[in-house]
Design a protein around this ligand. Structure first.
Ligand code: SF4
Ligand code: SF4
Length: 258
C-alpha cells in the first residue's frame, strides 16, 4: 500500500462513517479530513520514550506490541469548524466539544478497528495499541502515547499547552496502528520538540483552571479541574479544550512571533 492509498483509506472512513456525526447534538460532522504520518517501527525515538524523563519504561515499543512490526501509522483527526468554533467562548465547554470529545473518541476507535481489519484482510498483521487489553495508564502516563507517536511519525510538535500542533492545528484527536508491512516513513519537517509553538501565551489566558504557565502545563491542575468541576456537571461527557480553541494554533500552524 502506498501513502496515497493509505490517506484515501482513512479519509473515506472519515467522510462515509455515520459515527462521524451526532444527530442528538445536531453535529453534522465531528471531524474534518485527516493528516496521516508514518514512522519506521525501529525509529530510535520510540526507544527514547522509555526514558523516565519522557514517558517511562512501561511505554512499549512497536515490536513489543506486534512482533515483526515494520511501520507505525499515525493520523490526526481535526475537529470540524462547527465543533471548534462552538468552543471559542470562555468558561464552560461547549456542548459540541463535549460530544466531540466522547462520541468523537468512539468514532476514533471505530477507525482504529477499521484500519486493523483492512490490513488483516490484505494479509498483514496489525494492532492498534489503544484497543488492546494490554493498554494501560500508569500515573497519567499511558503505555502508548498517541501524541508522542504522532511526533515521531512527522505530524507535528508539542506546545506550551501540551497539545501537539500539526499543520491543521491542535484542536483534534490522534490515533495509530502498528503494521507488519513495510511503508515508507514520512520525514519529520522539524528538529525541535516545541518548534511549531510560538509561545504567544494565548492558551494561558484561555485556561479556566490556571493550569498553563509560561514554564509549561501543570497536568494535575488540569486533571483536577476536569474531575471536580466538569465531570460531575456533564457526566457521562467531559472535556474542556479552551486552550485549543480561539488560539493561533487552533486549526493551523501559528505564525511565528517576530
Ligand atoms: S496558544 Fe500560543 S503558546 Fe499556546 S500552544 Fe498555541 S501557539 Fe503555543
Ligand atoms: S483543557 Fe482546559 S483546564 Fe486543561 S489546560 Fe486546557 S484550558 Fe486548562
Amino acid at each position: 500500500m502506498n501513502y496515497q492509498d493509505l490517506c484515501a483509506l482513512i479519509n473515506e472512513f472519515v467522510e462515509g462513517s455515520t459515527l462521524n456525526k451526532v444527530e442528538e447534538a445536531g453535529i453534522k460532522k465531528i471531524y474534518s479530513l485527516t493528516l496521516v504520518g508514518v514512522a519506521a517501527a525501529d525509529d530510535p525515538l520510540f526507544l527514547a520514550l522509555k526514558s523516565p524523563s519522557v514517558i517511562g519504561e512501561h511505554h512499549l515499543l512497536p515490536r513489543e506490541w506486534l512482533p515483526g512490526a515494520k511501520a507505525v501509522i499515525s493520523y490526526y483527526l481535526p475537529f470540524s469548524a462547527e465543533v471548534r468554533e462552538a468552543n471559542r467562548e470562555l468558561g464552560l465547554p461547549a456542548r459540541e466539544w463535549l460530544y466531540g470529545r466522547i462520541e468523537g473518541e468512539e468514532f476514533n476507535n471505530a477507525l482504529r478497528r477499521h484500519l486493523v481489519e483492512e490490513f488483516v484482510q490484505k494479509g498483514a498483521r496489525a494492532v492498534s495499541p489503544i484497543l488492546e487489553s494490554r493498554f494501560s495508564v500508569v500515573e497519567r502516563r499511558s503505555n502508548w502515547s498517541e501524541r508522542h507517536v504522532a511526533y515521531i511519525a512527522g505530524l507535528g510538535t508539542f506546545s506550551l499547552s501540551k497539545a501537539l500542533i500539526t499543520k491543521k492545528g491542535c484542536a483534534g484527536r490522534f490515533g495509530s496502528v502498528i503494521v507488519a508491512l513495510p511503508l515508507e516513513p514520512i520525514p519529520r519537517e522539524y528538529t525541535e520538540l516545541y518548534q511549531y509553538c510560538n509561545m504567544c501565551g494565548g492558551c494561558i489566558e484561555r485556561c479556566p483552571s490556571g493550569a498553563i504557565k509560561r514554564e509549561g502545563k501543570i497536568i494535575a491542575t488540569c486533571a483536577s479541574y476536569l474531575e471536580t468541576k466538569i465531570k460531575p456537571r456533564f457526566y457521562p461527557r467531559y472535556g474542556c479544550g479552551k486552550c485549543q480553541t480561539n488560539v493561533p494554533c487552533e486549526h493551523k500552524l501559528p505564525n511565528l512571533l517576530l
